[in-house]
Design a protein around this ligand. Structure first.
Ligand SMILES: *Cc1c(COP(=O)(O)O)cnc(C)c1O
Length: 402
C-alpha cells in the first residue's frame, strides 16, 4: 500500500511536475558551483549582483557584531530596533513617499497588506498573471475577488462598474510580471483607480532597483509621482541582494498598516544583519549607477542574441516546437517551451552543458505554457551571455533534428 504522500509524489512525477532542488555550493554570482562543477547562473533575481558585494557583506557583518543575530520579537514587542527605522527612512526616501514600513519578506508583505486594506464588504480586481503571494493575500482578505485577463483594461473597467456596491476597492497588479517579464500599464491603471475611487496596489518586486533611470521602480519608469491612490509593495530580496519586504506610501497608510497588518504583528522582525545589508544595498544603487546600466546593456545583449538564434531558424514559427519570445521588457526573458516533459528535458540538457535555468511549470504558469525563464544580471560578462546563447542554440537545434 502506498501512503498518501507516495501516491501524490508518484502523480507529480508522472505528470512531469515533480520538483528537485539544485544545491548551490558557492557564493551567489553569475557563475555558481553545483555538484562540484561551475555552471552559468541564468535564473537569479540578484539583478545588480549586490548579494556578494563586499560593502553589503561588510555592513551585514558589522551590524551582526554590534546588534546580534536576532531582533528577538516582533516590532510591536521588543523587536523594533534602530536599523528597522533607518531602513524605513531610506526606503521612503528612495521611493519618494512620505513613509515606509518593512516586513519579513515580500510574501509576508502581501499576506499582511491586502487583508488590512480590504475585507468582506470590499472588492478586489486583480490581473490574471499576478504573483502567487498577491493571490494568497487577496484570498485571505475575504473580499470579493475578481480577476481580469492579463492587462485587459476594458474588462477591468467593466468589473469596476459594480464598484458602488462595495465599501472599498483595490486594483492589484505586479508592476513587472514575474514569469513573462512585461510591465503593467501603470499610468492607465492609476487613472482608472482615480476615476473609480479605488486604491492601486502595485507589486514592485522585479521593478525595484531595475526600472527607471535610477532604479526607483515603475513610477520613475513612467514619470509618475506618488499618489494617494497608489500603494507600492517591494522586496529587498531581488535587485537589492538582501531579504525582506516593504510598503511605501503616505504617513497615514503606514501608521494604519503598523496597527492592523497581521504579518507585521505576529512575526519576528528582520534581524540586524539583514537590515544593514538592505540599507547598504539601497545606498549602492545610487553610488554605483553603472550596475543598472550594465544590467540593461546585458538585457539588450541577451535579447538580440536570442533573436539572432531565432533568425537562424532554430525555433521556426508555426512549428510544433516553436519557441517564440514573448513580450519581455525587462531582465526576465522567458522562452516558451510548452509541455512539462519537454521543458524539463531542455532544462536538464542545458544544465548538463553548464547553463542553469529552471523549467517553469504549473502551477507557476498555466498548463501548456511552460518556459525556460532566463534572467540576466548586471554582472554577467559578454562572454558568459554568448556562451549561454550558444548552448541554447545547440540544444534546441539538436532537439529539432531528432
Ligand atoms: C518574489 C516576489 C514576491 C515575494 O518576495 P520575497 O521577498 O521573495 O518573499 C512577491 N511578489 C512578486 C511579484 C515577486 O516576484
Amino acid at each position: 500500500m502506498l501512503t498518501p504522500f507516495e501516491t501524490e509524489l508518484d502523480h507529480l512525477r508522472s505528470a512531469g511536475l515533480y520538483r528537485t532542488l539544485r544545491l548551490i555550493e558557492s557564493v551567489q554570482g553569475p557563475e555558481v558551483t553545483i555538484d562540484g562543477r561551475s555552471v552559468l547562473l541564468f535564473c537569479s533575481n540578484d539583478y545588480l549582483g549586490l548579494a556578494n558585494h563586499p560593502e553589503v557583506i561588510q555592513a551585514s557583518i558589522e551590524a551582526t557584531e554590534r546588534f546580534g543575530t536576532s531582533s528577538g520579537a516582533s516590532r510591536l514587542i521588543s523587536g523594533n530596533m534602530t536599523l528597522h527605522e533607518e531602513l524605513e527612512r531610506k526606503v521612503a526616501q528612495f521611493k519618494g513617499t512620505e513613509s515606509a514600513v518593512v516586513f519579513s519578506s515580500g510574501y509576508m508583505t502581501n499576506l499582511g497588506v491586502i487583508p488590512s486594506l480590504v475585507g468582506e464588504k470590499d472588492l478586489i480586481v486583480a490581473d490574471k498573471l499576478n504573483h502567487a503571494s498577491l493571490i494568497d493575500g487577496c484570498r485571505l482578505s475575504g473580499a470579493m475577488f475578481r480577476i481580469y485577463p492579463h492587462k485587459n483594461l476594458k474588462r477591468l473597467r467593466e468589473l469596476l462598474g459594480k464598484r458602488k456596491q462595495y465599501r472599498r476597492a483595490v486594483i492589484v497588479t505586479d508592476s513587472v510580471f514575474s514569469m513573462d517579464g512585461d510591465i503593467a500599464p501603470i499610468p492607465e491603471l492609476l487613472e482608472i483607480a482615480q476615476k473609480y475611487d479605488t486604491w492601486l496596489l502595485i507589486d514592485e518586486a522585479h521593478a525595484t532597483g531595475v526600472l527607471g533611470k535610477h532604479g526607483r521602480g515603475s513610477l520613475e519608469h513612467f514619470h509618475l509621482s506618488p499618489d494617494e491612490h497608489l500603494i507600492q509593495i517591494g522586496t529587498f530580496s531581488k535587485a537589492l541582494g538582501s531579504f525582506g519586504g516593504f510598503i511605501a506610501g503616505s504617513k497615514n497608510l503606514i501608521a494604519y498598516l503598523k496597527n492592523t497588518a497581521r504579518t507585521f504583528f505576529y512575526s519576528t522582525s528582520l534581524p540586524p544583519g539583514v537590515l544593514a545589508a538592505s540599507i547598504k544595498a539601497v545606498e549602492i544603487i545610487d553610488k554605483e549607477p553603472e550596475r543598472l546600466k550594465n544590467l540593461w546593456k546585458n538585457v539588450a545583449r541577451f535579447k538580440n542574441g536570442m533573436k539572432e538564434v531565432g533568425a537562424r531558424g532554430v525555433y521556426p514559427e508555426r512549428s510544433r516546437r516553436a519557441v517564440p519570445l514573448p513580450d519581455s521588457e525587462t531582465p526576465i526573458i522567458p522562452i516558451l517551451t510548452g509541455e512539462n516533459e519537454r521543458t524539463l528535458k531542455l532544462a536538464e540538457e542545458l544544465f548538463k552543458n553548464g547553463v542553469f535555468v529552471p523549467a517553469v511549470r504549473p502551477p507557476t504558469v498555466a498548463k501548456g505554457k511552460c518556459r525556460l525563464r532566463f534572467t540576466v544580471m548586471a554582472t554577467h560578462t559578454k562572454k558568459q551571455i554568448e556562451q549561454c546563447l550558444e548552448r541554447v542554440e545547440e540544444i534546441i537545434g539538436k532537439e529539432r533534428n531528432c
